[in-house]
Design a protein around this ligand. Structure first.
Ligand code: SAM
Length: 253
């Protein structure tokens, strides 16, 4: 049976201890944990940090977490981490439920915090880390790297979890920072990336031509930019080059 809500609990104590080490916790920290589960990570966070706020969707698990952390520096919130207003925090540490990886990452990245140490599916982590010219380079790589510096800390085998997932996992550190290049309109840039990476084997000219209605731009805007760029495929442009192109075609200059 497929575990509900991505409930693969991390049972390898060495991995749990390394996560605590990577997060560099102090008693001044307020940690947000997404998906406390049976408390494997929560109980270690509680010892190392000043305050821990854990959001858990599963009602039964949330009750269990409340019981094992009673009278401590842990606040348990039962709810959906994608929906409820996020409390104040300065670090995030979590073994994420994989089905919400993308949405929760971008939700977190709209908040300001020092850094996050997060467990993802390895395949997803590889896409977040990918560089231009590689098969994993995608909309996810460009968007995630726009908001944060991303570092691979370690890969984790299925045997570290119970029940074991079918795939390998990876721990990443995300450090939000000033974006390394300018984007005029982030909403437009996201739609632009969806259009070009949605048809990644096509020349930019072709995918952008068919996407002009979705992007809300006039087809003539494509005439105004360097035509050599439009003959390339999205995977051969750096994030900065993609942003430059998006800025120009939106402005029609
Ligand atoms: N932290 C625990 C550990 O490392 O053993 C549990 C990690 S488990 C991979 C993910 C947890 O997230 C599960 O307990 C699951 O119930 C919870 N979860 C799933 N979707 C959620 C959501 N939308 N909001 C909050 N928690 C969620």
């Amino acid at each position: 049976m497929k575990p509900k809500y991505g409930q693969h609990f991390l049972i390898d104590q060495r991995v749990l201890n390394r996560i605590i080490g990577y997060a560099g916790l102090t008693k001044d920290d307020t940690i947000l944990e997404i998906g406390g589960g049976t408390g494997n990570l929560t109980l270690k966070l509680k010892e190392a940090a000043g305050k821990v706020i854990v959001i858990e969707l599963d009602r039964q698990l949330a009750v269990g977490l409340t019981q094992i952390t009673r009278d401590s520096n842990v606040t348990v919130i039962q709810g959906d981490a994608l929906e409820i207003p996020l409390p104040g925090f300065n670090k995030v540490v979590a073994n994420l439920p994989y089905q919400i990886s993308s949405n929760i990452t971008f939700r977190l990245l709209r908040h300001s915090f020092d850094h996050a140490v997060l467990m993802y599916q390895l395949e997803f982590a590889n896409r977040m880390l990918a560089s231009p010219g590689t098969p994993d380079y995608s909309r996810l790589s460009v968007m995630a790297q726009y908001f944060a510096a991303i570092e691979l800390l370690e890969t984790v085998p299925p045997s570290a979890f119970k029940p074991q997932p079918a795939v390998r996992s990876a721990i990443l550190k995300l450090t939000p920072r000033e974006p390394p290049y300018h984007v005029n309109n982030i909403g437009f840039f996201e739609k632009f990336l969806k259009a070009v990476f949605g048809q990644r084997r096509k020349m930019l000219r072709n995918s952008l031509r068919s996407a002009t209605p979705m992007l809300g731009i006039a087809p003539e805007n494509l005439q105004e930019v360097d035509q050599r760029i439009l003959e390339m495929r999205p995977e051969s442009l750096t994030p900065k080059e993609l942003a430059g192109l998006a800025n120009r075609i939106q402005a029609g200059t």
